[in-house]
Design a protein around this ligand. Structure first.
Ligand code: 4HQ
Length: 255
């Protein structure tokens, strides 16, 4: 898969993609990241890529023409590539988006600096807008790298046989169960006995219940979109009853 990136800071993409799993995948040519300097498509003595907003106000706006010329040039080489804009106004990027974008042959990411993009960039050059979360960054480069990382995990051969994108956290839409390794006691805390029992059926059931418990406590909204077996549903009903009883006790305390 080819990831083309339009940015004013192409150097930002060097080291994160040379290390560890992605570094190995790039060496094996399972994916390629090409960071292009947007300034190469700018014009004028100062090669400007930004300008003041019509209507006045603070901050600068990304000019449309350099982006348009850059996208046209990249599409000549990769006509099928989808154009993605990184912005807090975009659709929240989720594991399912990573999964489906991994099916594309190429992606072109537009990373902005400044306060924003001329609206006509969105209207005429972009296929999809994504946000990686409700916070404001200094540019779209880190969000593009986050997306490239999450998408690349779904490309054939990128993950070793040990860790698979199909078995990890979020593969089933639930948070992961707690993990333990040696020593058996650490800071006065013992590893749950069931994990030492050797009973693989019991261990699988405990792990599933821990996943359901964690998700219920930390991210209850995730349970709406998850496939639940009948025994999962029974377990969650028990959790809801426990929660109601706790709330009754707290209500009594307040009187
Ligand atoms: N920015 N998810 C400002 C983001 C962002 C996010 C990207 C900041 C673009 C101009 N992008 N620019 N959050 O904060 O994607």
């Amino acid at each position: 898969m080819i990831f083309d990136v339009l940015t004013l800071f192409p150097g930002m993409f060097d080291s994160p993609l040379q290390e560890s799993i992605l570094g190995r995948a790039v060496k094996q040519q399972l994916l390629e990241v090409r960071a292009h300097n947007l300034r190469d498509w700018a014009e004028g003595k100062h090669l400007t890529t930004d300008d003041a907003p019509y209507g006045g106000g603070d901050g600068m706006v990304m000019k449309p023409e350099p982006v348009a010329r850059a996208v046209a040039a990249l599409k000549q080489k990769s006509p099928a590539a989808k154009v993605v804009l990184l912005t807090p106004q975009g659709k929240p990027f989720k594991q399912n988006d990573a999964r489906s974008l991994a099916q594309e042959s190429g992606l072109i990411f537009i990373c902005g600096r400044y306060e924003g993009f001329d609206e006509r960039i969105r209207q005429t050059l972009v296929d999809e807008e994504f946000s990686i979360g409700d916070f404001v960054l200094t540019g779209g480069e880190l969000p593009a790298m986050v997306m490239i990382d999450a998408i690349s995990r779904f490309l054939p051969g990128v993950l070793g046989s040990g860790d698979s994108a199909l078995t990890d956290s979020f593969a089933d839409g639930l948070l992961e169960y707690p993990q333990y390794t040696r020593p058996a006691v650490f800071n006065g805390l013992s590893v749950p006995e069931v994990l030492l029992s050797g009973d693989h059926g019991k261990i699988a059931q405990w792990r599933r219940e821990q996943q359901l418990l964690r998700t219920f406590q930390r991210r209850p909204e995730l349970l709406e979109d998850v496939f639940l077996s009948n025994s999962d549903k029974v377990f969650i009903e028990k959790l809801k009853c426990q929660l109601e009883q706790q709330e009754e006790i707290q209500g009594d305390d307040a009187d």
